[in-house]
Design a binder for this molecule. Sequence first.
Ligand SMILES: Cc1cc2nc3c(=O)[nH]c(=O)nc-3n(C[C@H](O)[C@H](O)[C@H](O)COP(=O)(O)OP(=O)(O)OC[C@H]3O[C@@H](n4cnc5c(N)ncnc54)[C@H](O)[C@@H]3O)c2cc1C
Length: 379
Amino acid sequence: MQSKKQIAIIGGGIAGLTFARCLTTQEYDIHIFEKKERFEEIGAAISIFPNALCVMDKLQLLQKIIESSGQIKQVYLKTNKGKILSKSEPKSDYPVICIHRADLHGILLENIDANLYNNYALKNISHLDNGQISIQFENGENRIFDAVIGSDGIHSAVRKHIINDGPPIFRGYNIWRGVVKTNFEIGYGSETYGKGQRVGIVPIKNGVYGWWATSNENYMQDDSPEGTKEKLSRLFGDWHSPIPELIKNTETILKNSLTDRKPHKGWTKGNVTLLGDAAHPTTPNLGQGGCVAVEGAYILATSIQKYGLTDKSFERYEELQFPRSENIVNESLKFGKMGQLTNPILIGLRNFAIWAIPSRVAMKMIDKYFSYRVTNLEI
Ligand SMILES: Cc1cc2nc3c(=O)[nH]c(=O)nc-3n(C[C@H](O)[C@H](O)[C@H](O)COP(=O)(O)OP(=O)(O)OC[C@H]3O[C@@H](n4cnc5c(N)ncnc54)[C@H](O)[C@@H]3O)c2cc1C
């Protein structure tokens, strides 16, 4: 009897776990290596669009995800004084949902058949003459695998091994995020525009909301000595309700600098390939980074199931995944630039355009991202 092939997944985020769930054939043993002490996600919300939910449906996880999430049935775009610039209603065969990242991560983790290793940070990769891959971890262990999937995020060590294109590119603004339980229902998702600043609100469930706020700043600008809450209250305290209340009542606020990378072909070397943010990190302006990671996980796993651990398998994956991810990275960057404008004339023009364009036309412009069904592809 031929023994099973061994696949290592580096990084237990959305991409790595979804890939593990998608790869169902009995030919492979899956091993997921995570550098953190625990397999866990941060305390923030994530929006998941129909283009990723169709994969979750195929994986029989849709119901569980919907039960743990809030649905975004209406989207408002507003000025910081509360003037409504546009109102739209996403319409699709799947809902647009918002879920706590820890809940999504937990659902994926509970529903995979894989060996899990925490405190395993990848250090080095080398290719053996027989095609196998030797991995060295920071904790001193070495292991040999038939294939390695690098789903280790935007700062990917696997990407360094394959592409080596330096650090991610900072795009000139930072983001704060929080999750907060309220005693009121807002009932919609919104994005509000100021001058070089934006705030988004999304419903999770039972009065819990996720929010994010951006501001043009230096890379990882320190909020001290003022303090994060005080600073956010100075920046957003006079914005429309419920923005000040949400920020004020949030216990833990996270801060990131927004970065991405220029799309770069050549994700695979031997049987080592990149997946998710390691392959195509994007700014979050379209809310598509995680969704396109789910699409990629589905394509890669389906391709491996069809063609085995062969060059054809990895080539087909990149052929299908690169153009779409490239488009999302580039468009998201443009949306971010538009959102972070500081010139009053350009801000006026942007707000006028949002107000003047009928919502059905605006929905059509972004529909190509959400109506894509990776599960219908001929892989
Ligand atoms: C502010 C913000 C808001 C966003 N909002 C949305 C949204 O609403 N919708 C959406 O779809 N996407 C959103 N995204 C994007 C989304 O978060 C990412 O695209 C998604 O998390 C990518 O998943 P991943 O598994 O590829 O990478 P990650 O989630 O980064 O997971 C990588 C994993 O690899 C581990 N790791 C790293 N290095 C090593 C190593 N050397 N060895 C072992 N393990 C390692 C990490 O600890 C981590 O667990 C947002 C991103 C940001 C920054």
